[in-house]
Design a protein around this ligand. Structure first.
Ligand SMILES: Nc1ncnc2c1ncn2[C@@H]1O[C@H](COP(=O)(O)OP(=O)(O)OP(=O)(O)O)[C@@H](O)[C@H]1O
Length: 585
């Protein structure tokens, strides 16, 4: 486990772990020798040999002091190394956030990420680094004590040799149960985190529409599961402690019994007897310590596994010899026989998609819910890589250029919130901190942000709140549009969220998209007819395939899937039509 963790950590942190292992071994050896020295010391004292007693006692005192210093040094350095390692692990995890493919982010993974970044990083560094000393002590000290005991009573040494694996076996059985409990606890925790976020974000809808209390039931069910998992964890922990404590007591009693039996009536010297009893106690104490430590290490194992798995998620491959995307001007977008299946999914989401979006034109993607429209859109900025076929911007396969070059070329306006808890200005200028006041004013005008900054007391410096929560959905969209307008990308992908848009925002989007003609290539997942009617090309996606394409007029005239969708609005709940076509329920 430790080597697996070291394999994903940076060099400095690994050096910190290794140094701690060395310090811990030195401390354990010193402690073992100190304990072993009690044998000749006791022998000299009981024999009444004053000179020898003094010599041994001085040696014992010196070694005990050295052990103490080594212990203090190990703990002090270990504590510092732990905090360094914790910061290093967290910064690696944060850096990895920028490397994992964008398609990785989702409610479950995001919820798991929270526990990985905070308690996870602490758990794997504190439990492991700080406990290395105890672990080394528990493994090395008993061996030295055993060797010393063998000189006095081979029988007692044999009992110790037998007792150690028995204690270890008990420990293994109990810790395996603990690991299972920890895994169940983590799964319940992740589920509950996702449910809490879901429940909090869905409050408005749930309060007005959740007559069956489904939201609350989902939340309480997940909290009940968390509670049950925690109970199992506590119960298992108590049983594990009791089981192992019993095993240790049996081992000590066995050593005492064997030593007592062997010496019964032999007139063996008292010094040897006392020394052996002392050693047997000193033998079991580190073994107990190692058991406790090993248990902590084992309970960290699941966290280490998750951390290692997360840190090993491969970023999208970058080409060795990247092609350069032109910095200026719109770029055509070509889907060439694209197949795509989400990892772990049984069915492909996109199959044989061929689509050409000429440079500087607007293509609207329409289709029923779950058809694959958003997926198609998100493959352009490489949320994930296609399984077969290719997507090209101009002549360049998106996989043949670097993501550093690709992302700035593709402006993304997506339904999920992408605002940071800063001012409107900070959010709008996120991609262009060097934007001039004129550019900012222009972006505000085309997006409708000018209306927001005029109205809000803070103007451009008004905070948007966590996740942009101080703005309305439509306002958030407008800020996103202003940001992308300033970015001036070659390609814009726009997933038009139905619910979030007020009429002004909708009009702004439409006008902005219209104004992009000739300057950027636009692919828009369209839920509104107006933007569809404006588009140079409309493609209809069904079950992951493009089943129709042409202008809106051509498709209406063809009376195919597009025309049917317009007529049978009940087929597709998101297929909102013109307000003019809305009828009373
Ligand atoms: N991250 C993901 N992992 C696994 N499957 C996914 C993921 N995202 C989407 N899917 C699945 O892919 C299919 C297409 O989803 P997509 O979001 O592309 O459809 P859509 O046409 O945009 O739907 P809508 O209009 O409802 O947003 C759906 O069956 C969906 O469940």
């Amino acid at each position: 486990m430790i080597s697996e963790l070291l394999s994903v950590l940076d060099r400095d942190t690994v050096r910190g772990y290794r140094a701690q292992i060395v310090r811990s071994v030195i401390y354990a050896v010193l402690e073992g020798i100190t304990i072993a020295l009690t044998l000749p010391t006791l022998a000299a004292v009981v024999a009444g040999d004053t000179d020898a007693s003094v010599r041994w006692l001085i040696a014992l005192a010196v070694l005990a002091a050295a052990t103490l210093l080594a212990h203090a040094h190990t703990v002090r350095k270990g504590t510092r190394a732990t905090f360094d390692a914790m910061a290093a692990v967290q910064s690696l995890e944060v850096a990895q956030l920028r490397r994992v493919p964008l398609a990785w982010f989702g409610a479950t993974n995001n919820a798991g990420l929270i526990s990985l970044l905070w308690p996870g990083a602490i758990s794997i560094t504190r439990n492991i680094l700080l406990n290395l000393g105890e672990l080394a002590r528990g493994l090395i000290t008993p061996v030295i004590v055993l060797i010393a005991a063998a000189f006095v009573s081979p029988a007692a040494a044999v009992v110790m040799v037998i007792a150690a694996p028995c204690m270890f076996l008990v420990h293994r059985i109990t810790t395996r149960r603990l690991e299972e409990a920890e895994r169940a606890d983590h799964a319940a925790n992740t589920e509950a985190t996702a449910r809490v976020i879901e429940y909090a974000e869905a409050q408005p809808v749930l309060r007005s529409a959740d007559r069956n209390n489904l939201g609350m039931r989902l939340l309480t069910d997940s909290l009940d599961e968390l509670d049950a998992a925690a109970r199992v964890g506590v119960r298992t922990e108590i049983l594990a402690r009791a089981g192992f404590g019993t095993a240790v007591n049996v081992a000590i009693s066995a050593v005492v019994a064997v030593v007592g039996w062997a010496m019964l009536g032999t007139g063996a010297d008292l010094a040897a007897l006392v020394a052996l009893l002392t050693l047997s106690l000193r033998f079991t104490e580190p073994v107990m310590a190692v058991a406790t430590t090993a248990r902590m290490l084992r309970t960290s194992r699941a966290t280490v596994r998750r951390t290692v798995d997360y840190l090993r998620i491969a970023p999208l491959p970058e080409p060795g010899d990247p092609q350069i995307l032109p910095a200026e001007g719109p770029l055509s977008v070509t889907f060439d026989g694209v197949d795509f299946t989400y990892p772990g999914a049984d069915e492909p989401t996109l199959t044989g998609v061929d689509l050409t979006v000429p440079a500087g034109t607007v293509t609207a993607v329409v289709g029923p819910s779950g058809a694959g429209k958003s997926t198609l859109l998100r493959l352009v900025p490489r949320f994930a890589d296609v399984d077969s076929g290719a997507i090209r911007l101009g002549d360049v396969d998106v996989r043949a250029t670097t993501t550093d070059r690709l992302y700035p070329s593709v402006g993304m306006i997506l339904p999920e919130v992408t605002l940071l808890d800063r001012s409107i200005r900070d959010n709008v200028t996120a991609f262009r901190p060097d934007a001039t006041d004129e550019e900012l004013a222009w972006a505000a005008q085309v997006s409708g942000v000018d209306e927001i900054v005029e109205r809000l007391p803070g103007g451009w410096d008004a905070p948007v709140g966590p996740l942009g929560g101080d703005l309305s959905g439509g306002e958030r969209q407008r800020v996103q549009i202003a940001r992308v307008a300033l970015q001036r990308p070659a390609v814009v992908v726009l997933d038009e969220a139905t619910a979030a848009l007020d009429t002004l925002s909708e009009q702004k989007i439409q006008a902005w998209v219209r104004g992009l003609a000739g300057r950027a290539t636009v692919i828009v997942v369209a839920h509104r007819m107006r933007i569809v009617d404006d588009a140079d090309q409309v493609v209809v996606v069904q079950n992951g395939r493009i089943v129709e394409s042409g202008t809106a007029d051509e498709l209406r005239a063809a009376d195919g899937a597009f025309a049917r969708m317009r007529r049978t609005r009940s087929d597709t709940s998101e297929w909102a039509l013109d307000e003019t076509e809305e009828v009373a329920p």
